[in-house]
Design a protein around this ligand. Structure first.
Ligand SMILES: Nc1nc2c(ncn2[C@@H]2O[C@H](COP(=O)(O)OP(=O)(O)OP(=O)(O)O)[C@@H](O)[C@H]2O)c(=O)[nH]1
Length: 756
């Protein structure tokens, strides 16, 4: 039994069993007030706390962890807002155009009107707990998309009914195909001039290669759109005109006919054997006697098997069709019970959760969104972070109900929760109950290893997270003044917890901070967030590609460092050889006749070598595949280990200068999905980008081109691909390896950098 205390802030320890509701304007997780000065009233007057009072943990079969995916501007934020409103968790209808929505809470999202990071909101509908997870579609945020696909069990694809399937939906749809996520389609904006139900259905068939299962038909299109025909219940659903201020909460359901829709029945029988036998046997006399529940159960089986995709329609902006969409989510999309992940079996009843988003609250510090896969999560307990190898204490466990957070004492598997108190946990980390439990899971994975599972597979099973690709772009970032340097470092530390694909380094020569990210937009967004959220005006250097360097021939060098520091003499002599590293030789070797005392210096010697690996001799990029043989090390007694490391490092630089050098460039594994009509154009474009095509596969009616292309040739690829394929192709990109540049390409790069 929960009691809601209105606006009681920071007193949870006094009433540990209570559920607190927080006024969003004060305690939102880092959510700033709307920038335009107008703010929505999220306050909860007395007597309107029914929904929070009734919070109980539902059985897992009643949980729906659902992603919303859409092309930019299709209306997913508006649809989400309506869902929150109709389910009773917000008191006013949020409007994207006024910048006062709940889910798009980063200011840039409000201003740019795009959704960058996945936000999760929870609400209850018809006895079900719905956790809505927003799914970004931009290619720079692929990791974000993959991570959100990992935590959700089903998805709703929202379309602009006047545009049909657009590029971003295609990208996320294909990722959802890859991860076998069951979906529903919602054709939004049926009220818009040019909206066409038929066109949208045709484009779902043609572009997504999906089989639409029409559960509704619109009554009118564009300005004349009034309501829907529900083909499952054979009812007419009509809403009052929004022009007289109607919020669409109440609508009329009028039975149209006692007869079922024969087309729908036959299509369902075609797709579902169980339903077909009902029609042929029990109800062969009269199909119209088939109970609606049986029809709905068949639609659910079809949706989960992904043999067709239910299609609904409406207009979120005009408050029409959202409640039936919510019904469909609870009726047809999977519960956590319907989905399983391999790694879950290693934890059995023990806690295993994935941190899928970290946000910063000025008062409460980092707040971590988690999906619980197994075991129970308890407030005020210690948890073990497998990725960071550390134990942390969580203070509070919250449910992210709309824009309020509701405190709860424990949560079973299948749920999404918000944790306060974890300081080390970053997005993508796996959280379990203890180190012992992680070891037990690794042990179980190991036992399976004996039956054919490799070490790598074991590790990935123990971890619930998504692998973060190496960043391939970088640029320098400078604070407005030296005094602000530590503020900038702090901001970057916080941002890294939220976004593990952001890497921050310090240039060893200039001491400048360097941002490394996944793409142009990624770095731009980080820059923007530092300005807005941390109020720091920073300067970015030009965006550069992260090359690497290596050597093609061996070389030898010796060096002596002789210094008087204070009143002691410090002297080191080093002689070493470097050579291209072959796959089976060790990185550092010591030649046979070194004095035994060298053993005591090994750490300092290796530090010197590792520091020289960070800056290559040509352009200062990290070294790769360079082996070292230490021939001689003479150290005067009393010499500090720092001087020894410095001498080794200087000697390495000398040897590197003398060797034949090579730049390695990042090669990207590019996967382009395109219709046959545009295939030749895509291939011609790739050949101009120094790309090599490895394979062309068939996927449904599309061609999938697998190619390796130098990253340097992929600047602006998304725009170019859109123009050569009229927006019909999608692509994914990830780092494959580093490859030696051809002499002419290397020379032109060096010339560009002013080094030739
Ligand atoms: N006519 C019409 N406009 C709509 C409807 N739903 C949303 N819009 C408008 O479409 C624009 C985009 O809506 P959003 O809800 O921000 O779309 P989104 O998909 O969340 O956009 P991103 O977060 O940028 O990807 C806004 O101007 C909305 O007012 C609708 O049903 N009909």
């Amino acid at each position: 039994m929960f009691v809601v205390l209105k606006s009681v802030l920071g007193k949870s320890s006094i009433y540990p069993e209570c559920v607190y509701c927080y006024r969003s304007q004060r305690v939102l997780c880092g959510r700033p007030r709307p920038h335009h000065g107008r703010s929505r009233n999220y306050g909860m007057p007395a007597g309107d706390v029914k929904s929070l009072r009734s919070i109980i943990t539902p059985p897992v079969s009643k949980i729906r962890n659902i992603g919303i995916m859409a092309h930019i501007d299709a209306g997913k934020t508006t649809t989400t807002e309506r869902m929150l409103y109709y389910s009773g968790y917000t008191r006013a209808l949020g409007d994207v155009d006024d910048g006062d929505t709940v889910t798009d809470y980063m200011v840039q999202e409000r201003e740019r009107g795009i959704t960058i990071q996945s936000a999760a909101v929870t609400f209850d509908w018809n006895g079900h707990r719905v956790n809505l997870i927003d799914t970004p579609g931009h290619v720079d945020f692929t990791v974000e998309v993959e991570r959100s696909l990992r935590v959700l069990d089903g998805a709703v694809a929202v379309f602009d009914a006047s545009a049909g399937v657009e590029a971003q939906t295609l990208t996320v749809w294909r990722q959802a195909d890859k991860h076998s996520v069951p979906r529903l389609c919602f054709l939004n904006k049926m009220d818009k001039t040019g909206a066409s139900f038929t066109y949208s259905i045709e484009s779902i068939k043609a572009k997504l290669k999906a089989r639409p299962l029409l559960l509704q038909l619109p009554i009118g299109e564009g300005k004349s759109f009034k309501g829907l025909i529900d083909l499952v219940t054979m009812e007419c659903l009509s809403w009052r005109s929004q022009s007289n201020g109607d919020d669409g909460k109440r609508f009329q359901r009028k039975p149209l006919s006692d007869l079922m829709d024969p087309d729908l029945l036959h299509l369902i029988a075609d797709l579902d054997d169980e339903f077909a036998s009902l029609m042929l046997e029990e109800y062969s006399e009269d199909f119209n006697l088939i109970p609606i529940e049986k029809l709905q159960a068949a639609i659910r089986r079809i949706t989960l098997a992904r043999s067709a995709v239910p299609v609904l329609c409406g207009s979120a902006l005009k408050n029409k069709g959202v409640q039936p969409l919510l019904d469909a989510i609870t009726l047809y999309l999977p519960s956590p019970d319907d989905c399983s992940h391999n790694f879950m079996s290693w934890y059995k009843e023990d806690l295993c959760a994935l941190a899928f988003k970290v946000v910063h609250d000025r008062q409460r510090g980092p707040m971590v969104f988690v999906r619980i896969y197994s075991g129970t999560m308890k407030a005020q307990s210690a948890v073990y972070n497998v990725n960071k190898n550390c134990t942390e204490k969580m203070s509070r466990l919250l449910l992210p109900f709309a824009d309020q957070q509701v405190e709860i004492s424990s949560l079973p598997p299948g749920n999404i929760a918000l944790i306060v108190g974890l300081k080390q946990t970053a997005t993508g980390d796996t959280i379990v109950s203890s180190k012992a439990s992680a070891s037990a899971a690794a042990h179980r994975a190991g036992q399976a290893g004996e039956t054919g599972m490799g070490k790598q597979a074991q590790d990935s099973l123990v971890l619930a997270g998504v692998e973060i690709p190496e960043p391939v772009f970088f640029c320098t970032i400078e604070p407005p003044s030296v005094a602000k340097q530590s503020d900038l470092e702090n901001a970057l530390r916080c941002l890294q917890l939220e976004d593990p694909s952001l890497i921050v380094k310090t240039d060893p020569d200039s001491g400048q901070l360097i941002l490394c990210g996944m793409g142009e937009l990624h770095i731009e967004i980080i820059h923007d967030r530092i300005r807005r959220e941390y109020r720091l005006e920073t300067y970015l250097g030009p965006l550069q590609i992260a090359y690497r360097e290596t050597i093609l021939s061996g070389s030898q060098a010796s060096d002596t460092l002789d210094r008087i520091i204070g009143d002691s003499r410090q002297q080191v002599t080093v002689e070493l050889k470097i050579r291209p590293l072959s796959a089976d030789s060790p990185l550092i070797e010591y030649s046979g006749h070194l004095p035994a005392s060298v053993n005591g210096y090994k750490e300092a010697i290796e530090n010197g070598i590792h520091s020289s690996y960070l800056t290559g001799p040509l352009l200062g990029f990290p070294l790769q595949d360079v082996g070292v043989i230490i021939h001689e090390v003479k150290v005067l007694p009393g010499t500090s280990m720092t001087v020894l490391s410095a001498c080794v490092s200087r000697c390495m630089q000398k040897a590197l200068k003398a060797a034949e050098k090579q730049i390695l460039e990042p090669m990207m594994r590019l996967e382009v999905t395109v219709g046959e009509d545009y295939l030749s154009r895509v291939l011609a474009d790739l050949s101009q980008r120094r790309g090599s095509v490895r394979e062309i596969q068939d996927r449904l009616d599309n061609k999938v081109v697998l190619a390796f292309v130098p990253l340097a040739e992929l600047m602006g690829y998304s725009t170019d691909l859109r123009s050569v394929t009229s927006g019909t192709a999608t692509f994914t990109l990830e780092l494959s390896n580093y490859e030696a540049m051809k002499p002419q390409d290397q020379n032109s790069l060096l010339r560009k950098k002013g080094l030739l």
